[in-house]
Design a protein. Sequence first.
Length: 347
Amino acid sequence: MSDEPIDLDDLRRLYAGGGGADIHDPHFREVAGLQFKSGDKRRWPFAEPSTLLDAPYIAGGLTAETLDTLDVALIGVPMDLGVTNRPGARYGPRAVRAIDRIGPYEHALRVAPMNHLAVADVGDVAMQSRYDLALCHADIEACYAMIGATKAIPLSVGGDHSITGSIMKGLAATRGPMGMVHFDAHCDTGGIYEGSKFHHGAPFREAVLAGVLDAKRSIQIGIRGGAEYLWEFSYASGMTVIHAEDVATMGMDAVVAKALEVVGDGPTYVTFDVDGLDPVFAPGTGTPEVGGLSTREALQLLRGLAGIDIIGGDVVEVAPEYDPGTVTAQAAAQMLFQLLCLVHLRQ
């Protein structure tokens, strides 16, 4: 449709008495055509069981046979035994599922990914023990090794950030070492603390040492707070660290350009810890740090990654009991949708 406004007579001809599904712009009509199934009727967002991004739910869907029918598998990982501060991220998948009206259209990227991809919520990773952190990680790694052998790209909702290291290990069994774009307040490259290497402050040190994460193809964005002294490994290994203050100084376009330069055209995992956002935008998380990204900045940065070879992604550390207004879950659901758009736009 032309950018020129339509005169009143033509407006009346096109729209007077028209229904909500009567859309004339070819691009918008294509998007709407898969949303309106009968006249102007759409699925009620407040009806039926809640799923991630309102995608179809496949009960018992974490099987190789089911995953091979999908382009994208949306998966919950409700485990938070690795937190160092406030617990509660085990309820993250449930909270994000409860958010409706995300998508179907991404106006800045001009895509409606579910119109083109086979996407389903396949439930949660099954874990053998709610008490044993190491065993939970073994179960996560095994699950994602199975997923990695299928054609589905997993987009996951945690859970604490420790899950990402084991997801990477599982995917790398078939998809090889990967680069990373990491949004967070913390680098999460600490060492073994109190006898555990699986806590949420250490997944990326473990992934690098295991040979599944390429440090030189990894960038960490939004880093800040009083734990900087713990992140020596990020610098020693060659990761690119962009502090929250750097984002403002560099400007958004420069941060995006740096991220694209770092990850290049190789396989890349995108992980989004909601504490990368300022607590104003994400109060419901275990380790909030003031001075973080805004949701608008985060969306701009994620949009800038369009075209990367994304092989998986996650949104983690949503702890809904600290946020009765559901602001954090709303932000997390939107970031998950942005990851889905990146899968649609991967080259």
